[in-house]
Design a protein around this ligand. Structure first.
Ligand code: FDA
Length: 320
């Protein structure tokens, strides 16, 4: 109920105006966001690298409403890729197709993505396409396939959401084509005819997909990797859920998979203790680092994931 409301508000323009104009909310959001500028985000990545982890940089700004804005977003993403390279950081980028104009014009979106991938290929790095709500899944797969089949770009990976019923079929299909996959539970509000409504089913499916991905990593061996810390392995297990992490670790041990044949991914500002513990155990860990002024929908999804965050946000407001 609270989750649905927060996810609804994440897309409401009036709520965005109300919350982002409020200094207190901005400061709270910055717990989950590395800053509003690229420079701040690059500093955060450098600290993450010094803690033995890699990063993926996300320029916030989904659901662009004009082609000009979509083109400018692609330019900022290219700039981030260049800066990561100039500074020799161990990081790549994550993007959302709605930011590159998917809802306005699919062809223009694909052209923006191709320009990003061209630069990424020149600099021997990787781009992850985040998965948005279920209305975008088909187009996201279609565009990724076009990038590979028509342009030959192999340096692009996708995200699978364990809450969608279709995800096992999608995972098997992507594995056949050697596409690198980030596995997540899913952060949007989906109807019960498309996605598991119960958390226990989403968790069970997450473990099931983890085992499929790790089996594939084992049979396929190591995929080609790019400049240091930039190109992830085939399986990226993205969760802060200790039970899911424990399952993945045990499954990998059971099938004799090396630690560096998978990576764990977590969001900036969430479960730092778990991030550090995994690095200490010798697992690759990548931190998703969002930055930019358009942090509102991202922040609302983080509140929706954990009611305690909303509680903390509201009670500290009253303590002020
Ligand atoms: P779960 O929600 O069960 O949380 C497990 C534990 O983690 C909680 O008990 C708490 O301790 C901690 N935790 C989780 N969320 C927290 C929060 N917001 N604040 C504080 N603590 C929290 N989704 C999507 O639909 N498309 C995508 O492309 C991506 N990309 C992505 C990248 C990366 C690197 C990560 C880690 C996650 C995503 N997600 C995503 C988000 C994902 O779908 C999911 O909503 C969140 O990861 C929360 O689910 P958990 O797996 O952490 O489990």
């Amino acid at each position: 109920m609270i989750r649905s409301l927060l996810i609804y508000l994440s897309k409401a323009e009036w709520a965005r105006r109300f919350v982002t104009g409020w200094g207190y909310a901005r400061n709270t959001a910055l717990r989950f966001v590395a800053g509003e500028t690229l420079e701040e985000a690059l500093k955060a990545v450098s600290v993450i690298n010094s803690r033995g982890m890699t990063a993926t940089l996300d320029f916030l700004g989904e659901d662009t409403t004009s082609l000009q804005e979509a083109y400018e977003s692609a330019a900022t993403i290219r700039n981030s890729i260049e800066k990561i390279d100039d500074l020799g950081l161990r990081a790549n980028v994550s993007i959302k197709l709605s930011q590159l104009g998917l809802a306005i014009n699919e062809k223009a979106c694909a052209a923006n993505l191709a320009a990003v991938l061209r630069l990424a290929a020149e600099l021997d790095t990787f781009v992850r396409i985040d998965m948005e709500d279920s209305s975008t899944v088909e187009a996201t797969f279609r565009i990724q396939k076009e990038m590979l089949d028509d342009h030959g770009y192999r340096n692009v990976g996708l995200v699978i959401q364990s809450y969608l019923y279709r995800s096992e079929d999608d995972t098997r299909e992507l594995i056949k084509r050697n596409i690198r996959i980030r596995l997540v539970k899913g952060a949007y509000q989906e109807p019960p005819n498309i996605a598991y409504p119960k958390k226990s089913d989403v968790d069970r499916e997450f473990d099931n997909l983890t085992s499929i991905l790790l089996d594939a990593s084992k049979t396929r061996g190591k995929l080609r990797s790019g400049a240091e810390g930039r190109v992830p392995p085939m399986a990226a297990i993205a969760t802060h859920d200790e039970r899911r992490v424990a399952f993945a670790k045990q499954y990998a041990i059971d099938i004799g998979l090396q630690k560096n044949a998978l990576e764990f991914q977590m969001l900036y500002g969430i479960r730092r203790n778990l991030q550090t513990a995994l690095v200490g155990e010798g697992y690759p860990v990548r931190i998703y680092v969002p930055f930019g002024a358009r942090w509102f929908p991202y922040f609302m999804r983080r509140l929706a994931e954990r009611p305690a965050n909303l509680w903390f946000f509201l009670t500290s407001l009253f303590r002020k």
